[in-house]
Design a protein around this ligand. Sequence first.
Ligand code: NAP
Length: 327
Amino acid sequence: MKFRTLGPEGLTVSAVGLGCMGMSQGYGDADDTESITAVHRAVDLGVTFLDTAMSYGSGHNEELLGRALAGRRDQVVLATKFGIVRGEDGVRVDARPERVRAYCEASLARLGIDRIDLYYLHRVDPDVPIEETVGAMAELVEEGKVRYLGLSEASPDELERAAATHPISAAQYEWSLWWRDIEDDVVPTARRLGIGLVPYSPLGRGFLTGALTTGTIGASDFRRNDPRFQGENLKRNEELVAEVRRLAAEHDATPAQLVLAWLLAQGDDVVPIPGTRRADRIAENAGASEIVLTEADLARLEAVLPRDAWSGDRQSFAAYRTARPSR
Ligand SMILES: NC(=O)c1ccc[n+]([C@@H]2O[C@H](COP(=O)([O-])OP(=O)(O)OC[C@H]3O[C@@H](n4cnc5c(N)ncnc54)[C@H](OP(=O)(O)O)[C@@H]3O)[C@@H](O)[C@H]2O)c1
């Protein structure tokens, strides 16, 4: 496995990480035993940048990782997030500075560790200036509870303000061949500030692998409400995935490997975190780091799969911003 450095403080991670969300929510049933086997396979293959969040399965995902990493903690770079609260009353954002320490301590307890390698703000709280949230996160660094700080879905302005408060090592955004909005403003801003980029849902929530049978998506699956997976959008996107398959074959790669290699080719500061519950897919996804795409390959991808060819908006996160807890 190759390694990459994220951010101005030298956080070194495997060039391809592992997203663990699907082991607890979002994409159908998961089996803890199989998930733990997948984590072990990842660590054995050098895929040591693991991504979780306090909200994934309302704590289940962090507990699962804690179990999976018993005795292996030192072999991984563990990233978790706070700020999205999943409760019986729905999903809300809470990044009030006075709550940050308690969220961190709860994550540490669930993970069974005494320090988080990379601690992300999962969503900027619309009611809290980002400087205040990041200021509270910086205290955790000073106390030794956290090594590096990250943000998720922050605007360019929020990146600037956060980085002026404390060095930010990584910022997560949805980024893949079919969702490229951040290339306009976020990517240039992050690069100017020296912040590493961590594309989430880099396989287009599984769609870009060509292996997804959309007809079997269950009622609780996140993709059920995503316009890209519906009606005419879906039909058009399926035609494009056929092109992904064809181009991948030209590179002796799988579609998953090609779309990950495309992200890796966007810059040395890019580290995708494909998600899988299956041990047998870990090596395939990790193999993307061996595929080198030339400028000519990238130009051909751009010509065959231009950014605006894909159809449908992504599912909105707006709801997270409206349901507020009473203060
Ligand atoms: N910051 C944020 O707001 C945010 C939001 C979403 C996700 N994330 C993080 O990003 C990670 C990755 O994103 P994601 O899980 O949403 O989407 P993704 O990585 O684009 O796709 C995951 C889906 O692809 C399937 N898959 C994985 N490898 C495959 C392969 N080689 N061939 C065929 N299918 C494959 C998985 O199914 P199987 O499990 O059956 O393999 C799963 O359904 C998450 O796990 C999470 O840690 C962060």
